[in-house]
Design a protein around this ligand. Structure first.
Ligand code: BES
Ligand code: MN
Ligand code: ZN
Length: 493
């Protein structure tokens, strides 16, 4: 959907108009643009339908016959003083879903009672909710029907609105990149082609460096390499740097699990929903999208993004359950289950990141365990951390951004569960007990006491049903959360 801002309200034939309404019944008339007749009609309908204009409420009406436009959507805005940033975006989300379900191709919106920041947030919600991935439909017949094309928001001070909107648009561009790569097919997106997408960020001033298997071998990253050794696709480590802060300032580091397809390896998964495992690179996808968001809005901070990329396949060359590997840290890992591969990728990616960059903190993102979906569903990502301040900040931003996280425990008793009888550790705990926690304990052995947080996004990366700000499919969960964490606490604003 295309979004435009202009001062004039000029609805055309067969369009839809969108009118904001506060809980007290005030509608946004944009001067005298809305006729008295229509204002009365809306008031009558609201009364008849008991429409309370709570945030996200939608009242869908047919326009009077003597008017050019077809349809009137009244969108609830609640109480002006109470509107949060997230609520404003979800209002946009609800609006987008109403527009996309209609038969009109264009619309004109009136939000004259709101300031430019509020309108920018609504517009951002519209954009986030209307994204879709349909490049592989070849006929109109198979393609999902979405006739709505252009929404024009009538607003007096367009210049001011566009300035406020620009930063949100950058963040949304990052979210869309994440959604694009997470949705992309596993025969198209694999470690090397993921790196090609990363290289495109050079245009924005991001430094991109790629390590192949030879370089990783040299560094001793045998744990990561073991995961990809059964695949014909070469494993990669993709390092992205945005230096928007003071030179010499320690960077913030984000590390993502990028398993571009997870068959389970020799410990193969059931066929049932194996195709879902194309999104097992979502952690890396979030790091990529976040780098794009930060670079696009020229964030005032130094950041490193690292994506550990491998394809987990069974083959004559695949790792076996029982193999032991010396990781880059020097610690040895017994692989008891080749399907617990994400932690093996992250072990070397995390060690490398802290060793080379000495970051202020490391946050990793991974679709790491099915157990976190059992625990938290599709509402919260699991948060694990060795640092209360960082964990509290993530929790708080989760609440305000709408990308919620819930802290889970770590501790010695859990750590014991991954001790091995032949090596320093094994890659699984006791089956059926605290699987997300033992996975996090495994990661913690590779963070070397740096402030660290791990986000298990297995339940959040893919939306089984549409959410407030995304259609069903890749959600981009994590980009807005981490962008807001950075802007709130680390850009010295
Ligand atoms: N990628 C999966 C986890 C996953 C499951 C992500 C469902 C998204 C949705 C991960 O690599 C995995 O297979 N984990 C195993 C670990 C087990 C073998 C200890 C799991 O969760 O079953
Ligand atoms: Mn797996
Ligand atoms: Zn996996």
């Amino acid at each position: 959907m295309e979004l435009r801002f202009q001062p004039e309200f000029k609805p055309t034939e067969n369009s839809v108009i969108v009118v904001g309404m506060f809980a007290d019944g005030t509608v946004h008339t944009h001067g005298n643009d809305l006729s008295q007749e229509v204002i009365i009609l809306i008031a009558k309908a609201a009364k008849a339908k008991d429409f309370k204009a709570k945030p996200k409420d939608v009242m869908d009406m047919i326009a009077p016959v003597d008017i050019a436009y077809n349809r009137i959507i009244v969108i609830g805005l609640g109480e002006k003083e109470k509107l949060t940033d997230y609520e404003l975006q979800t209002i946009g989300g609800a609006l987008a879903s109403a527009l996309l379900s209609g038969k009109e191709t264009n619309g004109f919106a009136l939000f004259s009672g709101l300031n430019s920041r509020h309108v920018a947030l609504i517009a951002t919600g519209v954009r986030l909710r209307s994204w879709s991935f349909d490049k592989y439909f070849t006929t109109e017949k198979t393609k999902p029907k979405r006739v709505f094309k252009t929404l024009i928001i009538a607003y007096d001070n367009v210049a001011e609105l566009e300035t406020t909107y620009a930063d949100f648009a950058s963040i949304t561009d990052g979210v869309f990149l994440t959604r694009d790569v997470v949705s992309e097919l596993p025969n198209i997106l694999y470690p090397e082609t993921f790196c090609d997408r990363a290289k495109e960020l050079r245009q924005l001033g991001v430094e991109v460096e790629i390590l192949g298997e030879d370089e990783m071998q040299e560094l001793g990253m045998n744990s990561l390499l073991a995961v990809g050794q059964g695949s014909v696709r070469e494993s990669k480590l993709c390092i992205m740097r945005w230096n928007g802060g003071k030179s010499g300032d320690a960077p913030l580091a984000f590390v993502g699990k990028g398993v571009t397809f997870d068959t389970g390896g020799i410990s193969i998964k059931p066929a049932d929903r194996m195709h879902d495992m194309k999104y097992d690179m979502a952690g890396a996808g979030v790091v990529l999208g976040l780098m794009k968001a930060l670079a696009s809005r020229k964030a005032n901070v130094n950041v490193v993004g690292v994506a550990g990329l491998a394809e987990n396949m069974p083959s004559g060359n695949a790792q076996r359950p029982g193999d032991v590997w010396v990781s880059m840290s020097g610690q040895t890992i017994e692989c008891q289950n080749t399907d617990a591969e994400g932690r093996m990728v992250l072990a070397d990616a995390l060690w490398y990141t802290q060793d080379r960059f000495k970051p202020q903190f490391m946050i990793d993102l991974a679709t790491l365990t099915g157990a976190i979906v059992v625990a938290l569903g599709q509402e919260h990502a699991g948060l694990f951390s060795n640092n209360d301040e960082l964990a509290d900040r993530l929790f708080k931003i989760g609440q305000t951004s709408g990308e919620k996280v819930w802290r889970m425990p770590l501790g010695e008793a859990y750590d014991k569960a991954i001790n091995s009888t032949v090596a320093d550790m094994k890659n699984v705990g006791d089956s059926g007990t605290g699987g997300s926690i033992t996975a996090a304990q495994f990661l913690q052995r590779f963070v070397n006491d740096h402030p660290w947080a791990h986000l298990d996004i297995a339940g959040m990366a893919w939306a089984n049903k549409a959410r407030d700000l995304c259609a069903a499919g890749a959600s981009g969960f994590g980009v807005r959360l981490l962008d807001q964490l950075v802007s709130t606490y680390y850009e010295g604003k």
